[in-house]
Every structure is written in structure tokens, then in C-alpha cells.
Design a protein around this ligand. Sequence first.
Ligand code: MN
Length: 229
Amino acid sequence: MMFNLAPSFIPLTGEDRRFPVRRIYCVGRNYLDHIREMGGDEREPPFFFQKPADALVLDGACVPYPSATEDFQHEVELVLAIGTRGRNIETGDAARFVCAVGVGIDLTRRDLQLKARDRGRPWEPGKSFDHSAVCSELLPWAAPHLPEHGLIELSVNDEVRQTADLGQLIWSCAEIVSQLSRQYLLMPGDLIYTGTPAGVGALRPGDQVVAEAQQIGSVRISIGEPAAG
Ligand code: MN
């Protein structure tokens, strides 16, 4: 019998240490143009869901096309890495709890997500499956403010599919950290995916996918055939 109990680690740019992943939190909706393309309430406060830590996928990986879907989609997102324990964090204090930033892809089985949404069920089958949390190397972050501007982009086979500026986030990075910390005790090792802009779309086996956040980092994956075993 084989067990894979190795925790997930992410390289930190320019450092020998790696970031040990504890939990992966994601924001449901955080760019107006994506809410409009999906159909939703534009004034709702942010809501959060989780992916399992072992769903993490790092740069250069081949992600097998997942089971149980016919609409496997990409969502490029800025990722915040928590380095300090915190609860009920004030927005103005949020940067102190973030030790690194990166860019990620919230891979989504859109057909399962929408079916769950329409039936009032949890999003889990659409969001929290194997290999669903792609993340770049993390850039250590010690600035007094979290990223507020900068291009974030995703391309498939060299064609740009998603492009936006972080300034278009409805809830800023600091507001997300603050709001999440009122629902959960944030701990070192937690990742927060901050939501995707418009342009989400389907992926197929053979696709080459690149996500990039200007001056932060990039991550490249390929999509493979469905796993046989
Ligand atoms: Mn997302």
C-alpha cells in the first residue's frame, strides 16, 4: 500500500526556504466583468471556498484533464501567501500578515459548478478536485501595501484569453485578508486566491497555459489526457 503524506511546498523566489501550504482559500467573485459574464449580484460581499492543499500544482506540470466534466476552465488569479497568524485583521494592517505573493490558476469544472449553484448545493465538485490549484513560485513580499495595480493575464497556446489590472478588483487584497480573517483564523501556510477577471474559458488536452502577474511572477502548465489509473 502506498501513502503520499508529503505536505505541499512552493518555492520562494530567491530563497532556499520553501513555503509550506496549509490551506487554500479562494474568493468566489471579485471582478465586475467576471460577475457579469457569469450572471450574479454585483453588490454581494465576497464569499470564500477552499481547495485541498494536495490539489496544488506547480510550474511546469502537466495537469491531466479531470474526470466528470465536459467544461474544464481556467481562472487566472493573484495569490496571497499568509506568513503570520491572525484573526479579525484590520484592512490597514493586512499587509503585515502576507509574506509572499504569486499568480495562480483556479481550475474549475464549470459544468459541475453551475449545476451545483443552480441547485443551491456546495461548489465543491466544481472547484475542489485533484490538480485544481495551480500556483507560481512565490515572491517574498515585505512592502507596507499589498499589490494594488499591475497587469494580470492568462494565455492559452499563445493567445491571450484573460487580461486585467489588479486595480479592477472589487475587494482589494487588504480587504480580502481582513474579511477572511473574520471567518477563519489565518495561519502561516495559508494561500488566498483573490478572484478572476473576465475571459474564463475551456481547456483541452494539449493546451499550453501561461498565467502571469506583472512584476510578480508567472506559471506555465500543460493539459494532458485524462488519467488512466
Ligand atoms: Mn476563481
